[in-house]
Design a protein. Structure first.
Length: 131
């Protein structure tokens, strides 16, 4: 393993912070989308309607907002700590995201679509960051 691909405690901390920041940003994006939808696009429905809509739309929002977010995070981590740190960040995100998805009864099919896309964007961003 070369020095550039070695994971140091500092790069592990940066990867973990990046992963949990991404989880927080994507959760905020999903909440913001449902708030926008409920107040401006389809106001006047009962709470159960919006809860159902949130469960259906949140995975799509996660994919749409997550792809540029993971490219940018990969680019930043790749430039500072190397590709391995960027991929570690994706791994931490994937593990935490799977735990949340399984605990909440979410769609594992969407995870099968979402996680490889985010992995590809993370890798691409990290490669651009190292160039």
């Amino acid at each position: 393993m070369t020095q550039a691909n070695r994971i140091s405690p500092i790069s592990f901390g940066a990867a973990a912070a990046s992963a949990f920041a991404a989880l927080s940003i994507l959760a905020a994006a999903a909440y913001a989308w449902v708030a926008l939808y409920s107040h401006w696009l389809a106001p006047g429905h009962d709470l159960d309607f919006y809860r159902h809509y949130a469960r259906q739309s949140s995975p799509i929002v996660g994919i749409v907002a997550g792809m540029p977010l993971f490219w940018f995070a990969g680019r930043q981590l790749g430039a500072r700590f190397g590709v391995a740190a960027a991929l570690l960040s994706w791994g931490i995100f994937a593990a935490a995201g799977l735990v949340v998805t399984i605990a909440s009864g979410g769609s594992l099919t969407m995870c099968a679509i979402d996680l490889p896309l985010k992995l590809g964007m993370t890798w691409w961003g990290a490669r651009v960051g190292r160039a």
